[in-house]
Design a protein around this ligand. Sequence first.
Ligand code: 5GP
Ligand code: MN
Length: 316
Amino acid sequence: MTIDEMLSGALTVGIAGHVHPDGDCIGSSLALKNYIGAVRPDIKVTVWLEEFSNSFDFLKGAGSADHDMDIEQVCDLFFVVDCGDIERLGAAAKYFRTAKKTVCIDHHMTNGGFADVNIIQPKASSTCEMLYYLMDADKLDYATAECLYIGIAFDTGVFRHTNCSLRTMNAVGSLIEKGLDTEELLDRTFFRKTFAQNRVLGLVLERAKLTDDGQLIFGVLTQEDREACGVSIKDLDGIVDQLRVTEGVEAAVFIYETMQPGEYKVSMRGNQKLNVAAVAVSFGGGGHIKAAGCTIKGEPEDIIEKLRERFFDQLM
Ligand code: 5GP
Ligand code: MN
């Protein structure tokens, strides 16, 4: 079923993605909003997303995203994008629950399908790639193309990861043809860091620990560190990816304290040998084989030991 077909009969549409939205989540939510605005201007579309980095603010529709999620609305149709389970919808779950019809478009292999209609393609690089093929390319405008391009770029590590296929690049090629300023788009959203972000990366790298003959690397950041560096959680993108490229490392783990003291978000990246999704799932999280996450309460040192135990079988 195409997006155009899904929209049939709907007059109010809601869109939401996962908590702590990343490039693919923001890109897919805004792309869908912009596309619907272009093909069905009679539909009222609301995007519910938690606050995200202001490097995405220039994308069309970013300013209208509702971060508070306190308005009451029952949607004819509700799209969940890039979100593997209902808990990950956070406060936006209430719009999912009350909507007349729900559609989930996602590429997380841990997604069991929790909506009325589930389009789940674990082989797709990103939700934005999926959306590209669900949209009518002829009706896809510049603003939508920018959002899709950014989402694909983020989830492929700028077209480097093994999830980047011919199908991915065909979509990217067509998006570029819409006239995108690709270099500026990537610098603005992916590569450019504030001075504070570079400092926090430096802090994590300086304190990082190698374990298990250098096969695992752990980085930790507490709330206190974050405050000392003047950064918030949405400024931490890219840290785990830098840990991952340490020579000899099979999996990189970045553990950072959430807004709840004593609660840590675990962000993991694997190289060739390990399945980090399996470890994440064993702690109630999820993700992809090479990129996954979960949340664990406790002291960082204990969390590291617990994670090492779960990696143990895979490291043999
Ligand atoms: P990141 O490390 O960038 O936060 O997340 C890596 C991947 O794992 C993303 O695809 C993200 O959606 C997924 N992920 C991260 N944390 C969780 C979690 O707690 N639960 C689930 N289901 N997926 C997660
Ligand atoms: Mn994604």
